[in-house]
Design a binder for this molecule. Structure first.
Ligand code: SAM
Length: 240
């Protein structure tokens, strides 16, 4: 099935590149070209993306600080039969990005919501990590406060499957230190700058990976994945 016309009254969640502009899909381009309005996390950034692909479209802002307010006017447009394409700064809207509120509001208002799938850092990192993909738990960004971080990590010890974290370059060292203290033998994969020029996939324990960043500043965007075993118990029982 290709080239189905956009359906009136639909909110399209359009995934956009996480670095490499070649990763935009044909369907994303057509949706952006044919929709009535693009709702964007950052209208300047979305404007640059549209300009790169020679698309001219009205843009409205929809970011985490105005999403609740903007949802009602966007839902009104949907109930008038318009088509709205939501884009975030990168990747899939709603995944550690604005979008969830608008999606819930649109569904509650009886509108159609359709994903236009494409790049997503969590999926790209997980698939390339070599860690089990049958069962995984997406954590997103860990909390900033120490107590909340520790409690979350302790709770995650019991969760089966691969864990996937997003983390900022400023806190990557802190996360690796926390993982070393809690799960010293856990296999960790660090995916940096996916789809970009300086893309890297580093494998080891959290201590090994922390050592790799001892002499260089952690720069860029990171996905951190943790395999098993994670608990001290699993570590010792694995010896027999
Ligand atoms: N919606 C996006 C998605 O679908 O992946 C995620 C947006 S979230 C605000 C940004 C975080 O995603 C970054 O801090 C990083 O953890 C991860 N990320 C996004 N792009 C990345 C890339 N090219 N390489 C590695 N991690 C990336």
């Amino acid at each position: 099935m290709a080239d189905t016309p956009l359906q009136p009254g639909t909110l399209y969640l359009v995934a956009t590149p996480i670095g490499n502009l070649e990763d935009i899909t044909l369907r994303a381009l057509r949706t952006l070209r044919e929709c009535n309005v693009v709702a964007a996390e950052d209208t300047r950034r979305a404007g640059q993306l549209l300009k790169h692909f020679e698309i001219q479209k009205p843009l409205v802002s929809c970011h985490k600080f105005n999403e609740a307010r903007k949802s009602s006017s966007l839902c009104q447009r949907l109930s008038n039969g318009e088509t709205v394409a939501l884009v975030s700064d990168a990747g899939m809207p709603g995944i550690s990005d604005p979008g969830q509120r608008l999606v819930r509001a649109a569904l509650a208002a009886g509108a159609r919501v359709e994903p236009v799938p494409g790049p997503c850092a969590l999926v790209a990192a997980l698939a390339a990590s070599g860690l089990p993909t049958e069962e995984f738990h997406f954590v997103g960004f860990p909390p900033r406060k120490s107590g909340a971080r520790r409690r979350q990590l302790e709770m995650l010890t019991e969760i089966p499957g691969t864990l996937v974290f997003y983390e900022s370059p400023h806190r990557i060292g802190r996360l690796l230190a926390e993982l070393t203290a809690l799960w010293p033998e856990c296999p960790v994969v660090l995916c940096r700058e996916l789809t970009k020029k300086f893309e890297e996939h580093l494998h080891g324990t959290a201590a090994d990976l922390a050592a790799r960043f001892k002499d260089r500043k952690a720069k860029g965007e990171f996905v951190v994945l943790c395999g098993e075993p994670r608990s001290a118990l699993a570590k010792t029982s694995g010896d027999d």
